[in-house]
Design a protein around this ligand. Structure first.
Ligand code: ZN
Length: 374
């Protein structure tokens, strides 16, 4: 039986361990010890050498019946900021943070549910197939951990990523593609009171560029944002450098390209206008997916949600997750809603009931896989 008290205790323990991106080591150690206490070995994967984090992705295996589909559950260990010194408060079924931090249900709800699943499978000796859980690092920095998994040796039939916003029952079947744009304006420093005419103001070039850009929700398929601007050294110095970071997301590859070029043109022209230089670096953040309704992972998830007493709902989202990387690598993966509300904010919350529902869905997925002999 799923034990809600144990589940909440696990969640609170996980949430109160700092694990902002690239600093997931302490959380990883906690999970490794927790799994060891249940007799399960955890391996740290090769991403440890490739990513500047203090741990790699954790690979957790529960070997089982080899004649049924292999299931992969995935959640991420890192959180966004402010995620240091999180204190958790549980009141009337609602779990929130006390004070000025996120809660980190994104994505510790997923990890807590996986741990509770293992507790239940172990304790009740429930028969299952090969189950693997991968807990990734640096998802919030563009799924860096997921991109560095050793896919050649990853054997699974279906993957369920536990990282979606909203009530449990939601199955994310479509996401946009994201481009990330980073630009560095280089001007020329000068004393702003004595010789401003020999300076070239990089802040001015950047702000002119941003003011020309179309940003926000551009149409029903496309969004664009500038999220970082950093530059200058002092009020009396003409700024010689300014750094700008932004993104474009679209369900249409053509619109993604057009909007990315628009932003790049604004950056280039504004630099040219005042004689500054700009170096632009554009990379693909995540690649979108659009799963067909007859997709097997969707079918399994829908059936599991129904068996857990909930209503499955196919959802389109503007966000990306590790599921985007898995689909790009040819693995059938859906992202499931975990019950988290307002992630990436100080108002983030989740209910005990949703944590329990999520675990129920995972347990049903395992049971359904066992009935689907291959
Ligand atoms: Zn997340």
């Amino acid at each position: 039986m799923i034990d809600p008290i144990r589940l909440v205790k696990t969640f609170v323990e996980l949430a109160q361990i700092n694990s902002e991106s690239f600093k997931e080591g302490k959380l990883a150690t906690f999970i490794v010890n927790k799994m060891a206490s249940m007799g399960i070995d955890v391996r740290v994967d090769i991403s440890l050498e490739q990513i500047k984090s203090d741990t790699g992705n954790l690979i957790i295996r529960f070997p089982g019946n080899k004649s049924v589909p292999r299931i992969l559950f995935m959640a991420h260990m890192d959180t966004v900021s402010p995620g240091k010194g999180i204190q958790v408060m549980v009141e009337n079924d609602v779990i929130q943070s006390v004070g000025d931090t996120i809660l980190g249900a994104d994505d510790k709800a997923g990890i807590a549910a996986i741990i509770e699943l293992v507790e239940v499978l172990n304790y009740e000796r429930i028969e299952h197939g090969d189950i693997m859980a991968i807990l990734t690092v640096a998802e919030e920095k563009g799924s860096i951990g997921a991109k560095n998994i050793d896919y050649k040796n990853l054997k699974t039939d279906y993957a369920f990523v536990l990282d979606g916003e909203g009530p449990v029952g939601g199955i994310i079947t479509q996401t946009p593609t994201q481009n990330i744009i980073k630009a560095k304006f280089i001007g020329k420093s000068a004393h702003s009171g004595i010789s401003p005419e020999i300076g070239i103001n990089a802040i001015q070039a950047a702000s002119n560029a941003i003011s020309r850009m179309k940003l926000g929700r551009l149409d029903e398929e496309t969004t664009a944002n500038i999220g970082v601007i950093r530059g200058g050294t002092s009020f009396n110095v003409v700024a010689s450098e300014t750094y700008v970071e932004g993104e474009v997301r679209s369900f249409s590859m053509e619109k993604l390209k057009t909007q990315t070029e628009h932003i790049m043109d604004c950056l280039t022209e504004s630099a040219k206008d005042i004689g500054a230089e700009v170096k632009i670096n554009t990379v693909r953040g995540f690649t979108g997916y659009n799963l067909k309704p007859d997709n097997k992972a969707i079918a399994i998830a829908s059936e599991a949600i129904k068996k857990a007493g909930l209503t499955p709902k196919l959802v389109t989202t503007g966000g990306g997750s590790d599921a985007n990387v898995l689909n790009e690598k040819g693995i059938d993966a859906v992202n499931l809603a975990t019950g988290m509300v307002n992630p990436h904010s100080k108002d983030e919350s989740i209910t005990v009931k949703e944590l329990e529902s999520l675990t129920k869905v995972l347990l049903e997925i395992v049971k359904i896989a066992l009935q689907n002999k291959i």
